[in-house]
Design a protein around this ligand. Structure first.
Ligand SMILES: Cc1ncc(COP(=O)(O)O)c(C=O)c1O
Length: 400
C-alpha cells in the first residue's frame, strides 16, 4: 500500500447493522413454526389454528396417495438423485413425471425444474438477450423480476392488465427489437385477480411476440380439473411458455414448464439452473406423479376449493370488507394502514386463525391487507367460525 494509510475495514459489520435496521423498522421476518404438517388445522407455535395462508390449496400435501407415492419412490430409487439432471441425475421417474404432466396440460412436452423460481431464473435469460425486449405486467411476481434482471434484454412495463397499454408498448417495440417476450402472472399472487391471457396471446400473435405465463397460483386451481390458465381460457398449447409449480396446489415442490417440444429441447440445453443444480429426490417425483393422478381422478378437491372460496368471499363482502378484485382462492382483506393489518393478523392468531398481513412495501401504503388463501380441506363449520371472528375483529378495529 506504499505511503497510503491502510484502510481499516470491518468486512462483516454490515450483517449486523442491516439486520438491526430491518428489526428497527419492523421489516424483519419472524416466521412462525409449524409443529404439524401444513394442514387445514395446523399446530403452529404450540397452538391449533385454522390455516388460512398456505398455498396448499387442495390439501394434497396430506393426501395418502401422495405420501405413499413418496415412500414408494424413495424405496425404489433411494433418498437422493446423485447428480444434476444433465450428468447422472435423470431418473426414469423424472421422465415419467414430465410425460404425465404434458398429457395433463395437453401440451407437446414439459420439463421439471427444482423450483418455480429456478425455472424462471434459468429460462428467461435464455429466451431474450441483448437486442431483445421483455414486456412485463407491473404487478408481476418477484421471481419474474429477478429472472428478467438476469437477462441483458431491455425492459418495459405495462399497466396492470391494461391491454391498450400493452398494445402501445408493443407498437413502440415492434421495429426496434429482434425478439419480444411478454410476461405475466396468470393469477396475481397479491390480489388474486386473473390476467387476460387470451387477449395477451392474441396481441402477441399480431406482433410476433412470445408469451410466458407464470401460473404458480393457477396450476391445480383454475381451468377444468385444475389444468391451469391455458385450460381456463381454452387456449391450451397456445401460450409459448406455461410455467408453474408443484409447490402450491399440487402440494409438493418443483418448477414446471409446459409447451412445445422445441421449447423443452431448448430449455434443458440452455437453462443454467437446470444444468448446474441437483435434480429432485425421487420422493419428490413420486409425490408429483401421484398429485397429477389425484387431480385427474378426484375432482372433489378442486370443487371443494371453489365452493369454499365463493362462500367465504360472499360472506366477507356482505359484512362490508373490501376484498379488492380477487377472482380466485386468494382473497385479500384490505384494511388500509400497515399497523391495522399487523394488529388484525395478531388478533386472528389469538383467536385460532393463521393469516398473514401483507404491508408496504409489498403493497401500496394505504392498501395493507390480510391475504387469505382458501383450502379445500376446511369445513363449512371452520369457515363460519373464521367469518365470525373476522366480523368481530373487523368491528373492533373499525374496519367495517
Ligand atoms: C407467482 C409466483 N411465481 C413463482 C413462485 C415460485 O415458485 P416456487 O415456490 O416453485 O419456487 C411463486 C412462489 O412463491 C409465486 O407466488
Amino acid at each position: 500500500m506504499g505511503d497510503k494509510q491502510k484502510m481499516k475495514r470491518n468486512q462483516t459489520a454490515f450483517l449486523k447493522e442491516e439486520y438491526q435496521e430491518l428489526v428497527k423498522n419492523n421489516f424483519d421476518w419472524r416466521p412462525r413454526t409449524l409443529e404439524s404438517g401444513s394442514k387445514p388445522h395446523s399446530i403452529i407455535d404450540g397452538k391449533e389454528v385454522i390455516m388460512l395462508c398456505s398455498n396448499n390449496y387442495l390439501n394434497l400435501s396430506n393426501h395418502p396417495l401422495l405420501i405413499q407415492g413418496s415412500i414408494d419412490a424413495a424405496k425404489k430409487y433411494g433418498a437422493g438423485s446423485g447428480s444434476v439432471r444433465a450428468i447422472a441425475g435423470t431418473l426414469k421417474i423424472h421422465l415419467e413425471v414430465e410425460k404425465r404432466l404434458a398429457k395433463f396440460k395437453h401440451t407437446e412436452a414439459s420439463l421439471i425444474y427444482q423450483t418455480g423460481f429456478a425455472a424462471t431464473a434459468g429460462l428467461i435469460p435464455q429466451l431474450v438477450d441483448k437486442g431483445d425486449i421483455v414486456i412485463s405486467d407491473e404487478l408481476n411476481h418477484g421471481s419474474i423480476i429477478d429472472g428478467v434482471r438476469l437477462s441483458k434484454a431491455d425492459r418495459a412495463i405495462y399497466k396492470h392488465k391494461d391491454m391498450s397499454d400493452l398494445e402501445k408498448v408493443l407498437r413502440d417495440a415492434d421495429t426496434k427489437y429482434r425478439r419480444i417476450l411478454i410476461i405475466t402472472d396468470g393469477v396475481f399472487s397479491m390480489d388474486g385477480d386473473i390476467a387476460p391471457v387470451d387477449k395477451i396471446v392474441k396481441l402477441a400473435n399480431e406482433f410476433g411476440a412470445m408469451t410466458y405465463v407464470d401460473d404458480a397460483h393457477g396450476e391445480g386451481v383454475v381451468g377444468p380439473e385444475g389444468r391451469g390458465i391455458g385450460a381456463h381460457f381454452g387456449i391450451e398449447g397456445k401460450i409459448d411458455v406455461e410455467m408453474g409449480t408443484f409447490s402450491k396446489a399440487f402440494g409438493v415442490v418443483g418448477g414446471l414448464i409446459a409447451g412445445s417440444r422445441d421449447l423443452v429441447n431448448f430449455a434443458y440445453n440452455k437453462s443454467r439452473t437446470w444444468l448446474l443444480s441437483g435434480s429432485h429426490p425421487p420422493a419428490v417425483s413420486g409425490a408429483q406423479l401421484a398429485a397429477i393422478n389425484v387431480l385427474e381422478t378426484e375432482p372433489e378437491h378442486v370443487k371443494n376449493l371453489w365452493e369454499n372460496t365463493r362462500y367465504f368471499k360472499k360472506e366477507l363482502v356482505s359484512m362490508g370488507f373490501d376484498t379488492g378484485n380477487s377472482e380466485t382462492p386468494i382473497t385479500p382483506v384490505i384494511v388500509g394502514e400497515s399497523k391495522i393489518a399487523k394488529e388484525l393478523s395478531n388478533l386472528l392468531f389469538d383467536e385460532g386463525i393463521y393469516a398473514l398481513p401483507i404491508v408496504f412495501p409489498m403493497v401500496a401504503k394505504d392498501k395493507a391487507r390480510i391475504r387469505t388463501m382458501m383450502n379445500a380441506g376446511l369445513s363449512k363449520k371452520d369457515l363460519d367460525f373464521t367469518l365470525e371472528v373476522f366480523e368481530k375483529l373487523g368491528k373492533k378495529l373499525a374496519i367495517i
